[in-house]
Design a binder for this molecule. Structure first.
Ligand SMILES: O=C(O)C(=O)C[C@]1(C(=O)O)C=C[C@@H](O)C=C1
Length: 400
């Protein structure tokens, strides 16, 4: 039934240039405009918010609320595709302008927080966003970069993105993006991930030749998929895999995704709990434009990133600043320093050899409000070539 819903929504013509009422569901005053492109192939929702009450200027924020947020290029090309006069005609309906109070207290009017996640409806990341911010409006984004950008450009209030999985390990892309963007980690949430093998109705497990899913999900189900002898194909997210198989009515292809995705895309569950270990947990980060004030009233965690000079024992020395103060480390990750990936040696071998240069990401169990954490970072700063605090936030102590 849900599969026919998918097919119907893809063919139902959308009214052209529908201007909706000012949306009070958003945390800041906004009017949304829905357009269908001239070709009829694309639909975009523009959210307009006025900067000033006394003139006709307005800020245009773009994002398709049904389809994933695509980023600046997508918005620009969408605007080129739509008539500007429709946008300017509706300025008189704009609600009151933003004040600095609105910006610093985005949910003060009781409206729903808008939270970006990567994937389409039914992705684990959507569940994580809803767990992190119950009652939120989860906003799908095509890629991780788009979710970061959506927060930075005020299209949404927060982003919830995966950072590591108990079976598959780190999601390196998000470590790299944390450094490239200026968002702050304001929380973490752990989600139990239970994968299913999905297929279209009428398809038997023996009919399957290949399976689509997110690379992490494929890695988490390595044993089962190897036993079944299925060819694996990586796609952007688990629910996107299910949607693709359902939409194209594929008979020889399955998807590894959640049971929620099976319901949304009208598929049958051929096998449940196919992950290699029943304890399959993904940790997600909650990201915001502003940091939270670190507290000491509950267990806090702090995430930092730093780089070091080349030399014997430097990493040992860096980690010792925490050990000396009895601060427990929960995670360490190294990533290549892309701006300066190689460094020539300057000692005994005459500078002939080149070393890789790294960034070290460390999570430790302390709040930046703790004197010991402040002392540890002051100490680290004495010899680190670069140091940034990515966030100090309450630990998710739930068992998932
Ligand atoms: O594809 C999804 O459903 C996601 O939410 C992404 C993702 C990931 O990036 O790790 C999230 C949780 C699972 O570990 C598998 C995939």
């Amino acid at each position: 039934m849900a599969a026919s819903l998918v097919a119907r929504s893809a063919t139902t013509p959308l009214p052209r240039h529908v201007v909706s009422k000012p949306s009070h569901a958003d945390h800041f005053p906004k009017t949304t405009l829905s357009f269908e492109s001239r070709s009829g192939r694309r639909r975009i929702v523009l959210a307009l918010a006025s900067d000033r009450s006394d003139d006709n200027t307005s800020k245009i924020d773009g994002g398709d609320h049904r389809n994933p947020v695509g980023g600046a290029r997508e918005l620009r090309s969408a605007l080129e595709d739509f008539p500007y006069d429709v946008v300017s005609k509706d300025l008189h309906t704009l609600p009151r302008p933003l004040s600095s109070t609105d910006l610093s207290n985005p949910v003060s009017d009781g409206s729903r927080l808008r939270v970006a996640y990567q994937g389409v409806r039914g992705a684990y990341s959507e569940s994580a966003a809803e767990k992190a911010y119950p009652n939120c409006e989860a906003v799908p984004c095509e890629q991780f970069d788009a979710a970061f950008e959506a927060v930075e450009r005020w299209l949404v209030d927060r982003a919830v993105l995966p950072i590591e999985n108990s079976l598959g390990g780190s999601i390196h892309r998000n470590y790299d993006l944390l450094l490239r963007h200026r968002l702050h980690i304001v929380g973490e949430v752990k989600l139990a991930v239970r994968h299913c093998l999905l297929a279209n109705h009428g398809v038997e497990i023996e009919d399957l030749k290949r399976v689509l899913s997110h690379p992490q999900a494929l890695a988490q189900c390595e044993n089962t998929l190897t036993k079944l002898g299925l060819v694996r194909e990586a796609v952007d997210d688990t629910a996107g895999a299910a949607k693709h198989v359902a939409f194209h009515k594929l008979k020889d292809t399955g998807a590894v995704a959640s049971s929620a995705a099976a319901v949304i895309y009208g598929m049958q569950i051929l096998a449940q709990d196919i992950q290699d270990d029943s304890d399959n947990v993904t940790r997600f980060l909650m990201l915001a434009r502003e940091p939270i004030i670190p507290g000491t009233d509950k267990p806090f965690k702090t995430s930092i990133v730093f780089s070091l000079e080349e030399g014997p024992g430097v990493l040992f020395k860096a980690l010792a600043v925490f050990a000396l103060r009895q601060i427990n480390l929960t995670k360490i990750e190294s990533r290549p320093l892309r701006m300066q990936p190689l460094r020539a040696s300057d000692d005994s071998n005459g500078g002939l050899s080149k070393y890789f240069d790294y960034l070290f990401y460390v999570d430790f169990e302390a709040s930046m409000a703790d004197q010991s954490a402040q002392n540890a970072l002051r100490h680290l700063k004495e010899f680190a070539t670069f140091l940034r605090v990515l966030g100090s936030y309450p630990m998710d102590t739930s068992m998932t």
